[in-house]
Design a binder for this molecule. Structure first.
Ligand code: GRF
Length: 191
């Protein structure tokens, strides 16, 4: 699991009983505390730079080598704030999964909730998808919508979306790691 934020989606994945071998964070954040409290291995690959000198490829290689040391099969991003380079997808082809707080392909990017609110849409939601080299693209595994309500703020709307993510993401990941990925990708019913 890769995370950078408050780690509430991460907590839901752990509570759902998914076999989490390692949690990797790119900065000091609550997600790191979640790992410690759950007794799960924590890898801190802290970004030393957010400017032009940031080497995405070197950073990605560091992340990949830490993950590979744990012998993992699937990588689940849960609010990870660094876009990773090609080495990640090469190391875990078709096995990097992401949850995004919008109904993709609408509102890609880090400000998806704010962008949806500002666009004045009546509904938004979340999307679980396989990650590709293009940010917030790739085969969609599941989407679920939530209403935008009068008086919503970015926080209230994001919390409504996250309450869905905390249910949907563990369910989809559970199917994926139990070998049902072909069925998930084609939308065929599960046995
Ligand atoms: C989720 O909305 C996820 O889609 C987005 O970051 C949020 C993570 O929330 N990429 P939290 O840090 O787990 O509370």
């Amino acid at each position: 699991m890769l995370a950078s934020g408050t780690g509430t989606v991460l907590e839901a994945l752990i509570e759902a009983g998914l076999p989490v071998s390692v949690i990797l964070v790119d900065r000091p954040c609550r997600a790191g505390l979640v790992a410690k409290e759950a007794g799960i291995a924590l890898e801190e690959v802290t970004r030393d730079c957010y400017g032009r000198d940031f080497s995405r490829s070197r950073y990605t290689e560091a992340v990949v080598s830490r993950l590979q040391a744990h012998g993992i099969g699937t990588v689940a991003m849960a609010g990870f704030g660094t876009v990773l380079g090609d080495a990640m997808l090469a190391a875990f082809p078709g096995r990097v999964v992401n949850t995004h707080p919008s109904l993709l392909p609408s509102f890609k990017g880090w400000h998806a909730v704010k962008d949806a609110l500002e666009a004045g849409v009546q509904e938004t939601g979340c999307t679980v998808h396989i990650a590709t080299a293009q940010v917030d693209e790739g085969p969609i595994l599941a989407r679920e919508s939530v209403p935008v309500l009068p008086g919503d703020t970015v926080e209230s709307l994001h919390e409504r979306i996250k309450s869905v993510e905390r249910r949907l993401y563990p369910a989809v990941l559970g199917r994926l790691i139990s070998g049902g990925e072909a069925a998930v990708l084609t939308g065929r019913p599960q046995p």
